[in-house]
Design a protein around this ligand. Sequence first.
Ligand SMILES: NC(=O)N[C@@H](CC(=O)O)C(=O)O
Ligand SMILES: [Zn+2]
Ligand SMILES: [Zn+2]
Length: 344
Amino acid sequence: MTTLTIQTPDDWHLHLRDGDMLPETVAATARCFQRAIIMPNLVPPVTTAEMALDYKQRILSARPTGSSFEPLMTLFLTNQTSAEEVRAAKAAGVVAAKMYPAGATTNSASAVSQLEALYPTFEVMQEIGMLLLVHGEVTDAHIDIFDREKAFIDQKLVYITEQFPDLKVVFEHITTGDAAQFVTGASDNVAATITPQHLMLNRNDLLVGGVKPHNYCLPVLKRSTHQQALRDVVKTGSSKFFLGTDSAPHAKDAKENACGCAGCYSAWSAVELYAQVFEELDALDKLEGFASHHGADFYGLARNKGTITLVKEEWTIPDEIILPNGKPIVPFYAGKTVNWKVKV
Ligand SMILES: NC(=O)N[C@@H](CC(=O)O)C(=O)O
Ligand SMILES: [Zn+2]
Ligand SMILES: [Zn+2]
């Protein structure tokens, strides 16, 4: 196969950041995605309906001329998020609320430390049809970083999904066979996003032959058996799994640092890298469902009308991207060859 046309895809997990970064990040995603779920972990985080609407305007203003890209906004949950705020967000068109355990990842210091305090809020979300998106890792110091996703399932997610059976939950950026198995066995109200890096890489790609800071993201890459389990589950074509790049840019000097930031900036090549993975799996016929159907269906939104065409064509991801402020970012898979390209 040398060309592949699919309905226009959406990115169900994306970090665009803010300010100076927006012209770069919005254009990179709008090149092939129609919509994206915009993560709210700014500084300060997007905790109110009003902040979400303001942020949405900044994103819309940063779109390239002629782009019809649609940001879908989310609310950042804290211990204090009230049911009223969630209702106001829903009325303002916010589609989901994001739960980060406090300290789990980038800019999550003010996130949730008392999950139980949010149960009345979950009750309201369930009632009004606001989705719950979770960064599924516990943060207890004594839990090994490679076990934090599994511990989150056992300690939190089983309980949440049982107590709130009508709440739609997206288990974001899953990294383990345990998560794939949990989601597969859970009700139709539970789904998951999967990133390109967790399908393509395992922890050897992070740690063997020198530490590779540009492959460092959270949840951290796991052993190859988990990578294989994620590849197996997307190959099934199950509608519970869909595309979420977790494209998460950080300045080059913040990644190549004694205390490097977590996040891979994959927007430049994400849809092509997914195509490469599905081709390796001999499952290119499953790409469209994963990229363009399952997410919209789960969110209860219409599927996109347009199409994109991928062409079998080798190209090399740039070593660096220079932001308008002169700062470099190293994209995910920098300097490496990709064998599909979106035709523009
Ligand atoms: N995935 C990451 O490694 N980083 C994300 C945060 C997140 O999605 O956990 C970021 O905002 O940088
Ligand atoms: Zn996360
Ligand atoms: Zn993320």
